[in-house]
Design a protein around this ligand. Structure first.
Ligand code: HEM
Ligand code: HEM
Length: 228
């Protein structure tokens, strides 16, 4: 007989999900229009208009995400992405899962993936660099010795690479884990398979749980102590 409980816990706030999907759609369009501009495939003015339109969606969504990062609560806050010893151990387990091509178990975690959390912070830094170099490069091609166009191209490589690997990673997490990660980014709720249900408390928009209790109750031990 199977005594496991399935509990859906709200881990992503509506604001975080909206910023995620607006930024994701804008970045896909910026990548598509930017690289086509670099390859001169269409009249530059048409592509530039579309590039600016996508930038006009990216910038407010990014500013809201940065606001939440510093002034938000729960999993919106920067502390949910910061590494600590437990998360570093879990991050190593996630890497082992990748390198063993799924044969090593994927650890459990609460909200941000322990390996990817710090990488998202780095991505936000590159968004900032890209926004500044993009908005300034036509009026100020150089800042000191730095060519802003070159900075923008380097940023484009990093963000394009990140996006491809991110898609692959979230697909693998959804495949190898039980958290239903992709639908969680849509509806806010991750799935936890527990030996017994845990008490949840409403903390702003998301639910918080005692992570010790959650860790004890998880069917597969939770190695990460991500703070709700
Ligand atoms: C994810 C973010 C972004 C990516 C991946 C990206 C990528 C690119 C690429 C590949 C180019 C072509 C460079 C070339 O022609 O050699 C470009 C050009 C440009 N981008 Fe972006 N970009 C991004 C964000 C932005 C933002 C936020 C702005 C701000 C308005 C911006 C403004 C520009 C401008 C002004 C150009 C030059 C257009 C031209 O030379 O005609 N970009 N971008
Ligand atoms: C169809 C495309 C995408 C899907 C299905 C997707 C899915 C996800 C999922 C499941 C997470 C939670 C992962 C975790 O930390 O455990 C996540 C987080 C994140 N994704 Fe995506 N993603 C997509 C596109 C993108 C793109 C293009 C970007 C930007 C380059 C992006 C940036 C982020 C960021 C920054 C986070 C962290 C959430 C935050 O703190 O704001 N995603 N994504």
């Amino acid at each position: 007989m199977n005594n496991n409980e399935i509990q859906r816990i709200s881990v992503w706030s509506r604001a975080l999900r909206i910023t995620h999907w607006v930024m994701a759609a804008a970045v896909v369009m910026l990548i598509a229009t930017g690289w086509r501009m670099a390859g001169d495939l269409l009249p530059a003015s048409t592509l530039q208009d579309d590039h600016f339109l996508a930038a006009a969606f990216l910038i407010p969504a990014f500013l809201l995400r940065i606001y939440l990062l510093f002034f938000g609560t729960g999993t919106d806050h920067i502390s949910d992405c910061e590494p600590d010893m437990n998360r570093l151990r879990s991050a190593v387990a996630v890497l082992k899962y990748y390198f063993s091509l799924g044969r090593s178990p994927l650890p459990n975690w609460y909200a941000h993936n322990p390996l990817w959390g710090p990488l998202y912070l780095l991505l936000f830094l590159f968004f900032l660099i890209q926004i500044l170099s993009g908005t300034l490069q036509q009026s100020h091609p150089y800042i000191g010795m730095v060519n802003l166009h070159d900075v923008h191209i380097i940023g484009a490589y990093v963000i394009t690479g990140f996006s491809v690997v991110h898609l692959l990673a979230v697909f693998l997490h959804d495949l190898g884990g039980s958290g239903s990660d992709i639908s969680a980014m849509i509806n806010g709720h991750r799935i936890f398979i527990l030996k017994k249900p845990v008490a949840t408390q409403q903390s702003g928009e998301v639910q918080s749980v005692s992570l010790d209790e959650l860790r004890r109750s998880l069917k597969n031990k939770m190695q990460d102590n991500n703070r709700p």
